[in-house]
Ligand binder design. Structure first.
Ligand code: ZN
Length: 356
């Protein structure tokens, strides 16, 4: 592992098909998948032929990108001299309606990631994918995977069945805090509700842009329900959320918190300071004009330069070439984003020894 270099907090390995997970499913579900002829779990998030889904020059002849470590290393790690990378596997496991199927698929997916990816490159770490269909099963999966210290985070999808701050979801945060794992909320959905609060969109552009409104709803829920007060050591990472919505949103939230804070007496601190202390955001897709002055302005509005974590969001097409940071950015700030902020956020990234 290189001693220095960027730490990529959002990389997506691609599951080549359900066939790849069959060896990791127990017998019941392996037979069920074969008998039902399930070849893949797909959702409308990132349809594979969509240009945004995979950068064009990273696609192979079949249109896919990294279904193996070698391709990921060649396309995402080596060109940037990446020191460590966190794998966030997006596969349709959370969208299944059967709690048992969701649990079986999550277990298989996490074991597939450990054996086929983490075992094969010491720079790789991963998020625990949990069956959001059932909180007890989610906690079991966190406890099971957390013993492998290469799992550095618990991943939830922003499009959940109930707002994430609700009390019945709290055992997930208790488990994450107990194991020293941040909770990363990634773009994507269980598809129990439209991504907008006013109905189903009809185009992919609407679907993707509206993910930011879902992030706002979830952040409001976590703050208002008191998750940050109840779990004082919990960090929340918003992944692939964009960043420019945050300052205006916080201004509005703080204004109304001042007005009606009597209904949420456990929110003792202004929402802006809670978010600055406890919430991080991954860099890509970076929805800021591509010049250093604009970047500094948005960071000034956020009130902290410790919130943004470097990410490429590989293999999604969020930038061209190797321009992952805006040109002209102050080198000290670049170092913070690429190395210091991720190391401060993820306790387990600071561990040199790998315990499995
Ligand atoms: Zn992502």
């Amino acid at each position: 592992m290189p001693a220095t270099g960027p730490i990529d907090c959002d990389l997506h390995p691609v599951v080549p098909g359900l066939q790849a997970l069959l060896p990791y499913l127990d017998e019941l579900w392996r037979e069920t998948a074969i008998r039902r002829g399930i070849e893949d779990l797909t959702t409308i998030s990132y349809p594979s032929r969509n240009p945004l889904s995979f950068r064009q020059d990273w696609r192979d002849d079949s249109g896919r990108t990294a279904t193996d470590v070698g391709t990921l290393t060649r396309q995402a790690l080596d060109p940037l001299g990446t020191r460590l990378g966190i794998l966030n596997c997006l596969y349709g496991v959370q969208a299944q309606f059967s709690e048992d199927l969701g649990q079986a698929m999550c277990r298989a997916l996490n074991d597939w990631v450990a054996r086929e990816w983490l075992d094969r490159d010491s720079r790789l770490r991963a998020s625990i994918i949990v069956p959001m269909q059932n909180v007890e099963m989610a906690v079991d999966e966190i406890d099971r995977c957390a013993a492998d210290r290469r799992f550095v985070q618990v991943m939830l999808l922003v499009g959940s069945e109930t707002t994430l701050g609700r009390r019945h979801n709290w055992p997930i945060y208790a488990a994450a805090e107990r194991h020293g794992l941040p909770v990363g909320i990634h773009a994507g959905s269980m598809y129990r509700h439209p991504i907008t609060p006013v109905g189903w969109p009809t185009s992919y552009t609407e679907e993707y842009v509206n993910q930011a409104t879902a992030f706002q709803s979830q952040l409001t829920s976590l703050i208002a329900e008191g998750v940050f007060a109840k779990f004082p050591n919990l960090t929340v990472v918003l992944m692939e959320s964009g960043v420019t919505w945050l300052p205006a949103y916080l201004w509005r939230l703080t204004k109304f918190w001042k007005g009606v804070r009597s209904e949420n007496p456990w929110v003792a601190d202004p929402p802006g300071s809670i978010v600055r202390d406890r919430v991080k955001l991954t860099l890509q897709p970076f929805d800021v004009p591509p010049d250093a002055a604009s970047v500094m302005r948005i960071i000034d509005h956020m009130g902290s330069d410790e919130m943004i974590l470097f990410s490429t969001d590989y293999p999604h097409w969020q930038y061209d070439g190797s321009d992952v940071l805006p040109a002209g950015l102050d080198p000290a700030l670049g170092r913070k984003i690429m190395e210091e902020n991720p190391l401060r956020t993820y306790v387990r990234l600071r561990e040199r020894e790998t315990v499995t």
